[in-house]
Write a protein that binds this ligand. Sequence first.
Ligand code: G6P
Length: 467
Amino acid sequence: MNRLVVVSNRVTIPSAGAKAGGLAVALNELMERQGGLWFGWSGRASDDAASTSKPAIVDHGSVQYATVDLTHEEYRRYYTDFSNGTLWPLMHSLTEQMHFDRRSLAAYRAVNERLSDILLPLLRPDDAIWIHDYHLLAMPAALRARGVTAPIGFFLHTPFPSPDILSSVPDAAVIIRDLLSADLIGFQTANDAENFAASAHRIAGATRLPGGSLRIAGRDIRVGAFPVEIDPQEFARTAETASHNSDTQRLRRSLDGQSLILGVDRMDPTKGLRHRLAGYRRLLETRPALRRAMTFVQIAAESRQEVDNYQYLREDLDRMSGSINSTFGEADWLPLRLTARGGSRDTIAGYMREARIGLVTPLRDGMNLVAKEYVAAQNPDDPGVLILSKFAGAARQLGAALLVNPVDADEIADALDNALRMSRPERQDRWMALWETIKDTSALGWGRSFVNALADSGESQGGRVQR
Ligand code: G6P
């Protein structure tokens, strides 16, 4: 079996007592079982020559973590400006939010090259390399340019835009060509994979082969959908246990019998938060009878505050939530509780089980694991209702949710009204259909399916693959 080398911008090193998030848990479990190296950014910016050029190595079981600092300039240009100011909105087709600066693109490519230089001496001949997400699109080509012949897989956690949208960024062809140095390129949905294949053909001149593969410069590249999964059974147990903990009890007491509508997101322009508040406002305006019977708790954990659009979002949400509360609130009831502080995984799981409605309305989302977690967290005897954006990758699997267009305030208001009035048998039927689609999936299964596909594509390229 090949040693697995995972490369991602963020690396979560499991430290004693700390519980890592979904993806880290999934990849850690995979690597702990087969041993591996996880390489990426340390999460720190510094101008110290040693910590920006020599990886800090930590061994944890059979997994080795190697991380480096970015310089302050790299952090600004590569992480803030290009990754999150250009690529993130581009991938989500929000081009009006996109900034572009040639200098940031150059810095982005330079960081991808520099990380490749640092990774190179850590690689072994039997490695299979799995690169993650939009920060590292240029890395497959950078590694090949340094003579790496190992199988390289790439997985994009975000959506992938149509060729027209993609062409709105200068040098789109270069970005696609860099990615085509991988052997396997994975996406969350078939739609994203199709958008990529169409772009690779139109913008970079790749030939589309039957079965979804691409051919360029005599090499075949496999393209496919690998929807990210959670561990539903484990999350269900966590939520059940958390429903008795003090955080959940305090929340329950504070609701005093009202129905809880819950949103849990990073505070990010793609999450549809402005539109979501507008939808809730529409509900309050048009259904006065519901007013004192519900509370909307929106957890919008602060994120990427160096990017202008995230600051504007924070200001807008503060203003909108203040206006909702001052217009509809009373001395003993507030319709909305907005907080920019995240909660622990256990606390959120407990809140989810308590919530009569899970409101998940991103403008666009690669997958959205919150939607899957909300389903897993429910009490099967008295489950809540998932309201889900039809533009989240998760909607392709969770069709039994109430699917909405996230920009339509009336549609959100109608769905909330419908969910608040929904009979228990209908809630149970819908929940059961949702649970059936996720209950046998696992994060580990997702990781394995990608790694197995990578091994297969490495073999078909005549690469060095050991099982
Ligand atoms: C999304 C991206 C991840 C990223 C995460 C948090 O889920 O797909 O790659 O790590 O957001 O964002 P941050 O900028 O804090 O890493």
